[in-house]
Design a protein around this ligand. Structure first.
Ligand SMILES: [Zn+2]
Length: 713
């Protein structure tokens, strides 16, 4: 509420100044603020709308000019010109995307729906533009076929940009006939609409599927704060005196973990996994069936055997076989570990006088009880060693020891989109400014759940007086960490601490980018989590903890045995966690790698068949069932849920290099990681980058060890 009135105020200020002088759209003018940071607080919703329209118009005009150029197509008049054609549009959507994630409002959400539909059409117009593709193809053919007499020499990055752009066009259907392109446009539109519908149904099901409990006694074991929240929810839903849970994780997860009443757990468990499959008006089954069919049709129209094959051509994994090899290598040890955990659960159940076989709703509850009994970790006591400012110091310390980065806080001297965000100028080891970093750590209305990194301005180069100048990136971490109550310290759980190291790993990746083209900027999806996940490893190293994990009152460093117990305890429950993850990844891969579908294809039956074939223990379900699996059906991670594990193989094996060197801050190794994996964007493919760093391809055994999935024999 407070936030909304702020927006209103800033809009009013803008209106006043608009009367006195001609106001300029902050998105469409160069900012005179330090580092050229956009004056976020001055941007209105109409500014976004105007800059989006103008951005599309400019890009269209730029493309017209490329197509109508009478000169022979060259790298600079075609590839480079295309790469730079959407500058305003990119900048506007980058800024808007950050705003809709971290400071959303009803009017932003409205514009979002409208704008992304327009953008998708705009992109179809570009990638299906035959005259443009024709010029790109001429440049590509000349350089790739080494035609004699070619005078234009391209460097390694330019060759890479050329290949990426050419492949983006062919993947998008630029080489198809007119008739095929018409079909493709129709498919794209239908798929995109179904994905939106899927996500909206899921959101509704998650927020509006309730489990109601009549009495407090039935909630024994649940922490008081969760009981209070449930009572409040019931009140809001017109059922005062009762207790209600919806299907958002913070509401329903604690029930599965702590509530001793088996029947309450069962009801929550079933409701959670049945989202999108209740036969009501938000049912997702038919949408899933259609999506699988349409995605296959689109892939085959583009010349691929399956949807997964189409998607994996642009991934480090390259093909379906490589993905199954990885999933298969982890599956066996994970199922074995899950069965060991199951034995512990049976023992715990016996203590409660239960003689029956454990069910799915028993797993989390007894697993966490067995874990607590075995490790006796007091999470609250532990959090006293993780005050948020100390954690930030620890993160910066690691960045300094590894890469020589230094941080100067500049909060208050630069524009910001949110007054509580902190800002730092980040300098490189040679003293030059490398980037600006925003840390936006606490929850508020309008901020999305979870934690993420995004670049508010991407790194690029521009020419000034004939000299090339690096435009520094502006990078942000947006999180929902635990806020301090009153003047007290903001103490964090160990999960929050690793999340902060994780997001800062992404941030360093984007701070260190050193590329010349948009086409060489983004890495493959299954490489993305390497820089973030590898950075997590330093968080719990004793050498690092000694620097930052200090008690907020006494300053005493966290006791070694507490750390040891913590590291050991994190392996506990990994059998279950790994199997539920793998099962979802396998279902995603199975349904998207089908090369034909029976006339009566049914996604639920297909899922069941996969689970039976792999022999999943009956107490474990995939982390998401198909009808509520937004990674797989919503669009973002189609045939891509495996990516998290793929990156984890890289980060575990990669961190092992530092262990082998006997120094977690080995400077030569850190420098090699930076040069090979953090700076080049996608100039090289992921496997090449990784090999350049590690000297060999990734090995899965470090991951198995980290998750404790190696046999105990
Ligand atoms: Zn990440």
């Amino acid at each position: 509420m407070h936030f909304k009135s702020l927006i209103l105020m800033s809009t009013m200020c803008v209106m006043v100044s608009a009367c006195s002088e001609k106001r300029q759209n902050p998105l469409m003018t160069e900012s005179d603020a330090p580092y050229g940071i956009i004056n976020y607080e001055q941007i209105t919703i109409d500014d976004y709308r105007e800059a989006m329209q103008e951005g599309m118009r400019q890009q269209k005009a730029n493309i017209e000019a490329i197509v109508n150029n009478p000169d022979k197509p060259t790298f600079s008049n075609t590839i480079e010109a295309f790469d730079k054609s959407g500058t305003l549009l990119d900048k506007t959507f980058l800024t808007f995307g950050n705003m809709s994630g971290s400071n959303s409002s009803e009017e932003i959400r409205q514009l979002e729906t409208e704008a992304y539909a327009q953008l998708s059409n705009h992109n179809d117009d570009i990638y299906l533009n035959r005259a443009l593709f024709d010029r790109i193809k001429q440049v590509y053919d000349r350089h790739l076929d080494n035609v004699t007499g070619e005078t234009e020499m391209l460097d390694h990055e330019q060759m890479s940009a050329l290949k990426h752009i050419y492949q983006d066009f062919t993947r998008a259907g630029a080489a198809l006939t007119d008739e095929e392109q018409e079909k493709l446009r129709a498919l794209n539109l239908e798929i995109s609409n179904l994905q939106v519908q899927f996500s909206q149904n899921l959101l509704h099901e998650t927020n509006n599927t309730y489990v109601t409990v009549d009495s407090r006694e039935e909630l024994a074991g649940l922490p008081e704060a969760n009981i209070e929240a449930a009572a409040q929810m019931a009140n809001e839903q017109g059922q005062p005196g009762k207790f209600m849970f919806n299907m958002q994780r913070p509401s329903c997860n604690p029930v599965l973990q702590y509530c001793s009443n088996r029947d309450v757990r069962r009801r929550v468990y079933e409701a959670y996994y049945n989202r999108g499959n209740q036969g009501n008006e938000w049912d997702n089954k038919e949408i899933c069936n259609k999506l699988v069919r349409l995605r296959l049709k689109r892939a085959q129209l583009l010349g691929y055997k399956s949807c997964a094959e189409q998607i994996l051509t642009k991934r480090m994994a390259q093909n379906v076989e490589n993905v199954y090899d990885l999933l298969g290598a982890v599956w066996g040890p994970a199922v074995d570990k899950a069965k060991e955990e199951l034995a512990d659960i049976r023992r715990e159940m016996k203590k409660d006088g239960l003689k029956c076989e454990p069910e799915g709703w028993d797993y989390m509850y007894y697993c966490s009880r067995a874990k607590a009994a075995r490790f006796q970790i007091d999470e609250e006591k532990m959090s006293e060693y993780f005050e948020i400012n100390h954690v930030i110091e620890g993160i910066f310390y690691v960045a300094n020891r590894l890469y020589g980065l230094t941080f100067k806080e500049i909060t208050g001297t630069v524009p910001t989109y949110e007054p509580s965000a902190r800002v730092w100028e980040v300098s490189d080891k040679n003293g030059e400014v490398l980037a600006v970093f925003y840390g936006d750590y606490y929850p508020r209305d309008g901020k999305g759940a979870g934690a993420w990194m995004s670049d508010m301005r991407s790194q690029s180069f521009r020419t000034e007086n004939g000299k090339e100048v690096r435009v520094i990136p502006i990078v942000q971490n947006v999180c929902n960490m635990t806020k301090a109550s009153g003047d007290g310290p903001a103490l964090q759980s160990i999960d929050n601490v690793t999340t902060m190291f994780h997001e800062f790993g992404h941030a360093m990746h984007f701070m260190m980018h050193n590329v010349h083209y948009n086409a060489t900027y983004n890495v493959e999806t299954d490489f993305v989590e390497l820089p973030s996940q590898i950075n997590e490893h330093w968080a719990t190293e004793p050498e690092v903890l000694a620097v930052y994990a200090k008690h907020y009152k006494t300053g005493e460093v966290i006791p070694a045995e507490m750390v040891q117990k913590l590291v050991e305890s994190e392996k506990y429950g990994q059998g279950f966690a790994t199997v539920e993850y793998l099962a979802a990844a396998i279902v995603d891969m199975d349904i998207h790698s089908m090369t034909q579908l029976p006339a009566d294809f049914d996604v639920i039956a297909a899922e069941e068949e996969t689970l039976a074939k792999w022999g999943i223990p009956r107490q474990i379900l995939p982390r998401y069932r198909v009808t509520n699996f937004s990674h797989c059906m919503g669009g973002g991670y189609t045939a891509g849920y495996y990516c998290y594990l793929w990156s984890e193989v890289l980060d575990c094996d990669g961190f092992e290099a530092f262990k082998e060197a006997g120094n977690i801050f080995d400077p030569a190794l850190a420098e090699r990681f930076r040069k090979s994996c953090l700076e080049p964007g996608s100039i090289d493919d992921g496997l090449t980058m990784y090999r350049n760093f590690r000297g060999h391809g990734p090995d899965v055994s470090a991951l198995l060890r980290k998750r404790g999935l190696t046999p105990n024999k």
